[in-house]
Design a protein around this ligand. Structure first.
Ligand code: SAM
Length: 245
């Protein structure tokens, strides 16, 4: 099963045991991956379900449902202050591979980038491709860019179990030592975490104070100053290793 190619589909493409492929998917499967009628591949809906499928003359037929076991055992959201240039593309790609559940691009007081609407579409496309490549069952949600204050005071933030804000300059405990010892809440409910990382110029004192007032615990990522693009990847790797060990 591991050798089979994967594509992400929407649930509306599934009907009576068949997958109605889009023109783009037909081109990708036939011309890019060079699959022929009768060849098998994996279709995933990005929300935890997947199927073994077989190409037919026109479309694809579902052979059997599949169980994926590739997700982290907790929901991890990264709030990342947008870095300069195209660095956010790398953050989305790598953090999807490592297992992030949701990424919130944030515009902070010192953010230098003003993202265009096309950027969001691009990041979502990158997340789909990275989820296919890394054999994830879920495609992470990439939220619309928002201000730091809106995100940290919003619904997602207020309903999350554990929240951390990474600050490069304070005398704070390491993220690893602050992670909750109980990794599982119960069979029905997953533990949820938010990790916030700042822009090239760091957080303002006001942003840090607001986050702390809203329940974010300030943490360190070690003794070195990581770049704005490295910090979220490193933080998620720490959380991923903790959760899976
Ligand atoms: N000049 C900035 C400062 O003094 O805060 C450095 C910012 S750093 C390039 C970008 C972001 O990465 C920081 O805002 C923080 O969220 C995170 N970061 C980098 N290194 C870190 C560390 N050692 N501990 C905690 N957070 C770190």
């Amino acid at each position: 099963m591991s050798q089979l190619q994967r594509i992400a589909i929407t649930s509306s493409q599934l009907q009576s045991g068949e997958i109605f492929l889009t023109k783009e998917q037909q081109h990708y499967l036939g011309n890019v991956l060079r699959l022929h009628e009768g060849d098998k591949f994996i279709a995933m809906d990005g929300f935890g379900s997947g199927w073994l499928a077989q190409l037919t003359a026109e479309q694809a037929e579902i052979l059997e449902p599949l169980q994926f076991k590739t997700e982290l055992p907790a929901s991890v959201t990264l709030m990342v202050a947008l870095p300069k240039g195209n660095a956010f593309d790398d953050i989305v790609r790598v953090c999807t591979e490592v297992g992030v559940s949701c990424i919130a691009p944030a515009v902070s007081a010192r953010t230098l980038l003003n993202p265009s609407p096309q950027k969001l579409e691009r990041w979502r496309r990158i997340a789909i491709e990275a989820a296919e490549q890394s054999e994830r069952a879920f495609v992470p949600t990439i939220l619309e860019p928002t201000s730091v204050v809106s995100f940290i005071s919003g619904d997602l933030s207020s309903s999350t179990h554990h929240k951390f804000i990474c600050d490069a300059r304070g005398d704070y405990p390491h993220l690893l030592s602050c992670l909750p010892k109980e990794k599982i809440i119960n069979d029905q409910q997953q533990m949820s975490l938010i990790i916030a990382t700042g822009p090239e110029g760091g957080w303002t004192g006001k942003e840090l104070e607001s986050a702390v007032n809203l329940g974010f615990e300030p943490v360190s990522l070690g003794k070195r100053i990581l770049r704005a693009v490295t910090a979220p990847i490193f933080a998620l790797s720490v959380v991923g290793a903790f959760l899976e060990s």
